[in-house]
Design a protein around this ligand. Structure first.
Ligand code: CU
Length: 705
């Protein structure tokens, strides 16, 4: 078995250019479209909204005005930015508006007084289209926003703000977007999943997403939630700032203070279109073993490095930039918001020579916890503090994609596949000739697991009682009987009088559920929620436990929309009865994506392993020396991976619970929680929702002809 670190070393492509000074776009600056107007001036149908100024809005530019100024004399501002000359006039107008808002705020100079933030409304005008982009050296048709790569479209607001996002669809197929990690309290129609909370937006139509952040802040991302648009690049960063962030206040948090920040959006990247890949994956005749499509390379903030020299059949074109560069001042501490926006890959993230202090997980602040690397599965987010305490130089930030059996279900990789994507942590913009990029790959990474994390604001999960709901979600992947297609077979039962009552199994949901399709697309305005597939109905106020049982040989990142859950327990077990049902931890980690471990295994299948606690991530980073695995359930034992997740159903809406591996969504690894149907029906459904369904109807009638 290879040592993971050594594999990483040999596979690393070193970016051969260092383009900070050559660029006309500073790599530290995300570009986004947005403008600020006070919340009390906003009425959604006001005509002046059409006339508001749209300006290039530089991410992180506004941050320092929004939050406490660090009182430590050692704190430094590390962010620089550049605004194109054509936008100077518009930027000036925006600055005056921002400044006038700023000047009306209460003083932030004392640490004893909480800063009272006046929420604003941020308006975005986005148009999605499909055009050729060169993200990793191999140009391909890729979805983008306003003619630029999606990764540059940052939603960046402060807790309490309202977000109005006008999304115009310039594609030839429908689309929709989801704001990952947002609760959408009172606005479940704005959550985004096609066929669950909205009809997808027909070509040439506009949908207006209009919602507030509610009471959460932290690191999020937005992404397409129609078919596999996410795989084709339709995704970007989303940040909600805490107006009273202790971590920027040296006196409040002396051991974990940062003075600048950036987001690192990690992704895997495919050279083929998702439609082609999906067709091949689902076809049981071509792909009887259900092997998921494997990426060609990875991206950090939309920039990757495919190994062109290893694949003569691919035409490569020099990119504008070969790697994302993040500048940091000497001695400075930066908050890096790391998000895995991949379709299939789990990442091991590290920075040569630097430790990572975790302060946030999926929007929940945690007691600082220092590691040398992070395992981050799909749709998970971690904020880490990194201090520039090493000799001045350039250090590689490495994101390595777990690959080989069991991660990728095969050891055969696409030709030229690069499992490592790198970015550069650059001290004070030193040039590479003076300070060469270091190469110090990790040899034995320390692995962060959920049970290491302790929320800094304790929140005890309520007990689950006889009138509450316990759901068992089990799944396996197979082609069964006469099925032609590869399918996930989730089966869902609820616990009644100590017995499992099976609700559905073998369900195949090619899209998501079909709530609104029933409501308005297929059945006019009549709502027939019972007709929706894979759905468990929950009353408002009930406590819900989801027991997830993973009978598959791979890890699965399970995501719940509409709320976070407590991770009550996770591990491996050989019977449902042996899963503990009492939990001593009064403050378990809360998050919205949990990676359900595969069982420890050998050639005969699952092994007992450490049955009393989580033993996840047991497979090596590069599993290529591991023998092919039999199906876990067909092995010598009945061991499986599990997690118990608890939430309070106090947010009426239709909330998806699904695996965030995009191929598995398509295979049907999806269910819905319908929370508080009577309360949902009392919510006023925005007019745009009905319009979108009728436009979709017209479009589909037209295309059927
Ligand atoms: Cu999955």
């Amino acid at each position: 078995m290879e040592i993971p670190g050594s594999t990483v070393h040999s596979a690393d492509p070193i970016p051969d250019a260092f383009p900070v000074e050559e660029s006309n776009r500073d790599p530290n600056v995300f570009l986004s479209i947005g403008t600020l107007i006070p919340d009390d001036e906003l009425i959604s149908e006001k005509p002046f909204l059409k006339d508001i100024i749209i300006t290039e809005r530089t991410s992180f530019l506004d941050i320092d005005k929004e939050k406490h100024i660090p009182s430590s004399p050692t704190a430094k501002k590390g962010i620089c930015f550049r605004v194109g000359i054509a936008f100077l006039a518009l930027a000036l107008v925006a600055a005056i508006i921002t400044l006038s808002l700023f000047l009306t705020r209460p003083s932030t100079s004392t640490n004893t007084t909480k800063y009272v933030y006046q929420p604003k409304t941020i308006v975005y005008y986005w148009t999605v289209s499909n055009f050729i982009q060169n993200l990793d050296g191999v140009p391909r048709f890729t979805l983008g926003v306003n003619g630029r790569p999606s990764f540059e479209s940052v939603i960046e607001v402060t807790r309490g703000d309202r977000i109005i996002l006008h999304l115009t669809n310039n594609l030839t197929v429908p689309t929709a977007i989801h704001f990952h990690g947002l609760y959408q309290r009172g606005t479940p129609f704005m959550d985004g999943p096609s066929g669950v909370t909205q009809c997808p937006i027909a070509p040439n139509q506009t949908y207006t997403y209009n919602f507030t952040t509610g009471d959460i802040d932290g690191t999020f991302f937005w992404h397409g939630h129609y078919k596999q648009h996410y795989v084709d690049g339709f995704k970007g960063p989303m940040i909600i700032h805490d107006p009273n962030d202790n971590h920027v206040d040296f006196d409040a948090s002396p051991s974990a203070t940062y003075s600048s920040e950036a987001m690192l959006l990690l992704s895997d990247w495919y050279h083929e279109q998702s439609e082609v890949l999906l067709e091949r994956y689902l076809d049981g005749a071509i792909n009887p073993d259900g092997i998921e499509p494997i990426w060609d390379s990875g991206l950090i903030n939309g920039i990757g490095q495919f190994e062109c020299t290893k694949n003569p059949n691919v035409t490569c074109v020099q990119q504008e930039k070969q790697a994302y560069v993040q500048t940091i001042g000497v001695g400075e501490t930066i908050r890096l918001r790391v998000c895995n926006a991949a379709s299939f890959a789990a990442f091991l993230f590290s920075i040569d020579g630097h430790s990572l202090t975790v302060i946030e997980v999926d929007s929940v602040d945690v007691i600082p916890y220092t590691v040398d690397s992070l395992v981050i599965n799909i749709a998970q987010r971690y904020s880490v503090l990194v201090t520039a305490n090493q000799p001045i130089g350039n250090y590689l930030m490495r994101a390595v994609m777990y690959h080989g059996d069991p991660w990728t279900a095969t050891n055969i990789m696409p030709v030229g596949m690069n499992p490592t994507v790198t970015a550069i942590l650059n001290y004070n913009k030193v040039l590479p000739a003076k300070a060469p990029i270091t190469i110090q790959p990790l040899q034995n990474p320390s692995i962060l697991i959920d049970t290491n994390l302790v929320p800094s604001e304790p929140k005890q999960p309520p007990p689950i009682g006889a009138n509450d709901v316990t759901v068992l979600f089990e799944f396996e992947f197979t082609t069964k009987g006469n099925d032609t297609y590869q399918k996930a077979y989730p089966s869902v039962s609820t616990l009644k009088d100590g017995k499992w009552d099976l609700h559905f199994t073998n369900s195949y949901t090619p899209l998501m559920g079909d709530f609104l399709l029933n409501q308005a697309w297929e059945h006019g305005s009549q709502w027939i929620p019972e007709a929706a597939s894979n759905t468990i109905f929950v009353k408002t106020g009930q406590v819900v436990d989801i027991v997830v049982r993973n009978d598959d040989a791979g890890e699965h990142p399970m995501h719940l929309h509409g709320q976070s859950f407590w991770v009550m327990d996770m591990g491996v077990a050989n019977s449902l009865a042996s899963i503990p049902r009492t939990y001593p931890n009064k403050n378990p980690v809360r998050r919205d994506v949990v990676s359900i471990t595969a069982c420890p295994y050998d050639d005969n299948g699952c092994l007992p392993g450490n049955a009393t606690g989580f033993s996840g991530w047991t497979a090596p980073l590069n599993g290529t020396n591991v023998n092919a695995l039999p199906e876990a359930t067909g092995g010598a034992s009945n061991w499986f991976g599990y997690a118990v997740l608890r939430f309070v159903a106090d947010n009426p809406g239709i909330w998806l619970f699904h695996c965030h591996i995009e191929w598995h969504i398509a295979a049907g690894l999806v269910m819905n929680f319908a929370v508080g149907v009577p309360e949902i029906q009392q919510l006023s459904r925005p007019g745009v929702a009905n319009q979108t369904c009728s436009s979709l109807n017209q479009w589909s009638l037209k295309t059927r002809k």
